[in-house]
Design a protein around this ligand. Structure first.
Ligand SMILES: *[C@@H]1O[C@H](CO)[C@@H](O)[C@H](O)[C@H]1NC(C)=O
Ligand SMILES: *[C@@H]1O[C@H](CO)[C@@H](O)[C@H](O)[C@H]1NC(C)=O
Ligand SMILES: *[C@@H]1O[C@H](CO)[C@@H](O)[C@H](O)[C@H]1NC(C)=O
Ligand SMILES: *[C@@H]1O[C@H](CO)[C@@H](O)[C@H](O)[C@H]1NC(C)=O
Ligand SMILES: *[C@@H]1O[C@H](CO)[C@@H](O)[C@H](O)[C@H]1NC(C)=O
Ligand SMILES: *[C@@H]1O[C@H](CO)[C@@H](O)[C@H](O)[C@H]1NC(C)=O
Ligand SMILES: *[C@@H]1O[C@H](CO)[C@@H](O)[C@H](O)[C@H]1NC(C)=O
Length: 324
């Protein structure tokens, strides 16, 4: 079975204050080289190489042997900063600084206070900044050269070898790429030059909420062979900031399978995972998803709605998922 989740509505209770806010930090940042000899504007999402190229401080990096000529960019430790970010601190019980993707090794400072470290390009990071955020803010990301980081990690790892140490010499690439969670071809590949970039390659935002917040959501279909029935396991992870439990309902609707279920939920303070187990209506034949050439690629639309008690009015935030 394949499910297409179209709309996920999280209705968090509101009362007079709004339930959630997102402040995007995309756009214009400042970029500074390690010793401050270079300072330039740079776009987020983006990287140091593209910012230098846009300011015409370097030529096309792909031209001739520019990969070797521009190694200094990679070996330096750059800083990204953004000034004068206003924020209304009076309204929120919880404030997070969220990075969807960082390339790759960096310390984050908010208003000169270290709030977190990152070293994995492939994951999202969320840092609690509730007690650090002010009315006007200053964010700094101190990057470390990915090449130096990988070398250092390799030197620290003495119990056994992790080959290969370096790429074939003809690639003129960087060594120890297997010691960093970064796009592996950025240290060179047989088809591509070595440009181990530094930068903020996905969205950055401040998110703030009261009472509760839906952090993430996953689901998987399971077939029960004994009773020949399809089921669906849905996991929703909430962060509940309210000290009192939050009550409400979760409503799951899959119209084409004539399945609609309502569950009572209770969310207690802290990080909570709500597990829903949905039995799919047995009087409908569920069509499975087949690879191309082997059958049809049938998908079903599903809506999951969380309606939480707590006030006279409700606020809604909608997310769209293109999950197949
Ligand atoms: C600053 O760093 C750059 C790049 O590593 C280097 O070329 C330059 O000489 C340095 N300048 C000073 C003043 O140290
Ligand atoms: C970058 O940082 C590392 C670790 O802090 C340091 O060893 C290295 O000398 C720095 N590189 C430059 C060009 O400043
Ligand atoms: C941040 O800290 C540095 C040194 O630790 C200091 O020079 C600077 O004035 C501080 N900046 C702010 C905005 O507090
Ligand atoms: C290098 O690795 C060691 C051991 O893991 C660590 O203590 C040190 O801080 C690292 N140095 C740099 C510059 O990353
Ligand atoms: C299948 O079952 C649902 C309730 O479980 C019912 O509403 C519906 O009419 C049934 N459909 C058919 C085609 O029997
Ligand atoms: C696949 O889809 C087509 C068009 O909707 C339909 O005619 C056909 O019967 C389906 N095949 C199977 C094996 O369900
Ligand atoms: C499922 O949702 C998509 C996108 O909204 C829509 O185009 C499609 O018609 C829906 N499928 C059914 C069977 O309702």
């Amino acid at each position: 079975m394949c499910l297409r989740l179209l709309l996920l509505l999280a209705l968090c209770s509101a009362g007079p204050a709004a339930a959630a806010l997102t402040l995007s930090l995309r756009g214009s940042w400042r970029i500074r080289s390690g010793n401050g000899s270079l300072e330039l504007p740079g776009k987020v999402p983006g990287c140091v190489h593209s910012a230098l190229f846009q300011r015409r401080l370097i030529q096309d990096p792909y031209y001739r042997f520019n990969d070797l000529k521009y190694r200094w960019i990679t070996l330096d430790n750059w800083t990204y900063s953004k000034n004068e970010i206003p924020f209304d601190i009076s309204k929120w019980q919880q404030v997070n600084l969220v990075f969807e993707g960082i390339d790759t090794v960096a310390n984050v400072l908010l208003n000169n206070v270290s709030v977190g470290k990152m070293d994995n390009m492939f994951r999202r990071y969320s840092f609690d900044i509730t007690h650090v955020i002010k009315a006007v803010n200053f964010i700094e990301l101190h990057f470390q050269s990915a090449v130096l980081y990988a070398r250092n990690r390799s030197e620290a790892h003495t119990c056994y070898e992790v080959p290969p140490k370096c790429p074939p010499p003809v690639q003129k690439g960087e060594c120890h790429v297997n010691f960093i969670r970064k796009e592996q071809c950025s240290f060179s590949w047989d088809w591509g030059p070595s440009f181990p970039t530094q930068g903020i390659w996905k969205d950055v935002r401040i998110e703030a909420y009261n009472i509760c917040h839906l952090d993430y959501f996953t689901f998987s279909p399971v077939y029960d062979n004994n009773i020949q029935e399809w089921n669906l396991e849905i996991d929703s992870s909430f962060h509940v900031v309210s000290s009192k439990p939050v009550f409400g309902q979760a409503i799951v609707v899959i119209p084409e399978l004539q399945t609609q279920r309502t569950y009572s939920i209770e969310l207690k303070h802290g990080k909570r995972i709500v597990k829903l187990f949905v039995k799919i209506n047995k009087n409908i034949t569920v069509k499975t998803w087949w690879p191309h050439g082997h059958g049809n690629q049938t998908g079903y639309n599903m809506t999951v709605l969380f309606k939480l008690d707590g006030g006279l009015s409700f606020e809604r935030s909608a997310k769209e998922y293109g999950v197949k």
